[in-house]
Design a protein around this ligand. Structure first.
Ligand SMILES: Cc1cc2nc3c(=O)[nH]c(=O)nc-3n(C[C@H](O)[C@H](O)[C@H](O)COP(=O)(O)OP(=O)(O)OC[C@H]3O[C@@H](n4cnc5c(N)ncnc54)[C@H](O)[C@@H]3O)c2cc1C
Length: 458
């Protein structure tokens, strides 16, 4: 084989597939290592499934990227397990490794007494959304959650709004079904639970549903549901109104309860089972901080706590960490270790400190799109274009550096490709990306939809 530029990309979703196709278009041989059978990442498992049209559009875009002939896709292969960074760099001599593996580890709630209830009383956001998006699939083999009514949700960001909607949609769908009223959760989301109950002359009390409660440590106006890096007093006033509007819509349409200025400080246990949490009130301070009010404790009884306080990248062997995040040397270029050729793109850059105004990260762009989605101001095509343009901008700087490195000698390219083929045999992938995807489609993505089904209201 001839000497060639080789780029290995870890994770094949929005960030990974954009970087991969750009490198491929510039003539490099690209190996995309993806832990799952499908490469859709947060689009499949983080964006709730009622965004059917956006999900389908994004699945299609990722597929179009990864079908490039210069890309070798390696599914069901996890960096750190079936392949390691040391193996790639030291054994095969790969010059560039791009980490596009996202942020899949939930931030720890910080109540260690709650840890023993993990999965049975305590659920974190990432597995919950994944379950919600998949559990109607008869082939689903992941964890299964029986969602108790009256759940405590701890959060305050945009993702926690999806979480409270998921909980109430599931609860009300079940309660309606018990009355012989069959409404799909996606339909319930589109219509609003309030409207569906109204149409059937029902109330939450009549159905016996309390619904979940979102607990936030500050006031509603302070929730990070709409942000501005450096707001003027006028812009801040508008921002606070927008936050209230976004929250109000969720509380009203999905019958969610809200408790501001409260932090969890204790765990209630009865008969070895989770019985609730103790909260303490908080008060805002002049400098913008928040303090707990001594003696203000109150108990909230519930068998279910859902934590939605943020996602972090998973630790990987060979990747240095600084506290909870990867120790990037340059958060703006995604450089982790230029000597070894390791870079990061997309959500893996979670933890970025000072974002340069002029160079908005792809992660920040998607966050702002999510703000607009919750505010009901998202145009599907524009959103998708903006997200991918941002991913490409971010990838382009990394690739400028990566592709300036010396090409990989032919025999090393050959050894790496042979390793890829061995892995393909192990996972049963024949090298035909389109054929593989056709055989491994998400359960809710049928042939009809591929040729253009309904579009939902994304
Ligand atoms: C308009 C718009 C709105 C969106 N809104 C939301 C939203 O509200 N909520 C949301 O969650 N997402 C949302 N998304 C999805 C969003 O695209 C992603 O959250 C974001 O783009 C990050 O993508 P990523 O490629 O960096 O990471 P991810 O999408 O997380 O992809 C990472 C990939 O790496 C793989 N991987 C992880 N670890 C390993 C490993 N060790 N070895 C091999 N592979 C690994 C994963 O399986 C995954 O496929 C939205 C997207 C768009 C376009």
């Amino acid at each position: 084989m001839d000497a060639r530029q080789v780029v290995v990309v870890i994770g094949g979703a929005v960030a990974g597939s954009e970087a991969a196709v750009m490198a491929a278009e510039r003539g490099a041989l690209v190996v995309v290592i993806e832990q799952n059978a499908r490469p859709y990442g947060k689009i499949e498992d983080g964006l709730p499934r009622w965004h059917a049209a956006l999900r389908r559009k994004e699945f299609g875009r990722i597929d179009a990227n990864l079908a490039h002939p210069n890309i070798l896709f390696v599914p069901r292969t996890r960096l750190g397990e079936e392949l390691t960074l040391d193996e790639l760099i030291d054994e095969y001599g790969v010059g560039t490794v791009i980490l596009a593996n996202g942020a899949w580890r939930d931030r720890h709630l910080g109540l260690t007494a709650l840890d023993r209830f993990a999965g049975a009383g305590l659920i974190y956001q990432n597995p919950l959304v994944r379950w919600f998006n998949h559990h109607p699939d008869p082939g689903w083999t992941g964890p299964s959650y029986a969602l108790a009514d009256g759940a405590i949700v701890i959060g305050g960001g945009l993702a926690s709004l999806d979480v409270v909607k998921i909980l109430n949609l599931e609860l009300y769908q079940r309660a309606l079904a018990a009355r012989g009223i069959d409404v799909d959760v996606v339909e319930l989301e589109h219509s609003g639970i309030d409207k569906v109950l109204e149409a059937h002359a029902l109330t939450p009390e009549a159905l016996g549903v309390r619904g979940c409660t979102l607990f936030y440590r500050r006031s509603a106006e302070d929730m990070p549901l709409a942000t501005d890096a450096d707001p003027t007093p006028e812009r801040l006033a508008r921002l606070r109104k927008t936050r209230l509007k976004i929250l109000d819509k969720v509380l009203r349409r999905y019958l969610v309860n809200f408790e501001p200025n409260a932090v969890a400080c204790g765990v209630l246990v009865e008969d070895e089972r989770l019985a609730g949490l103790v909260f303490r009130r908080t008060r805002a301070e002049d400098g913008g901080g928040v303090v707990e009010v001594p003696g203000s404790e109150f108990e909230v009884r519930s068998q279910l706590v859902v934590s939605s306080i943020g996602s972090l990248p998973e630790p990987l062997p060979g990747i240095p960490m600084k506290r909870d995040v990867y120790a990037f040397r340059d958060w703006d270029t995604g450089e982790l270790d230029a000597e070894r050729g390791i870079y990061g793109l997309g959500n893996v850059l979670t933890g970025r400190g000072n974002i340069k105004e002029s160079r908005q990260s792809a992660r920040e762009v998607v966050r702002r799109l999510a703000e607009r989605r919750h505010a009901g101001e998202l145009d599907l095509d524009t959103a998708s274009e903006e997200a991918h343009a941002a991913a490409r901008r971010e990838a382009s700087e990394v690739l400028d550096q990566a592709l300036a490195r010396p090409a990989m000698p032919g025999e090393r390219v050959e050894a790496l490709v042979a390793r890829v083929y061995r892995r393909w045999d192990e996972v049963g992938y024949g090298g035909d990306y389109a054929g593989w995807i056709a055989a491994h489609r998400p359960w809710d993505w049928t042939e009809d939809e591929i040729s253009g089904g309904e579009d939902g209201d994304d």
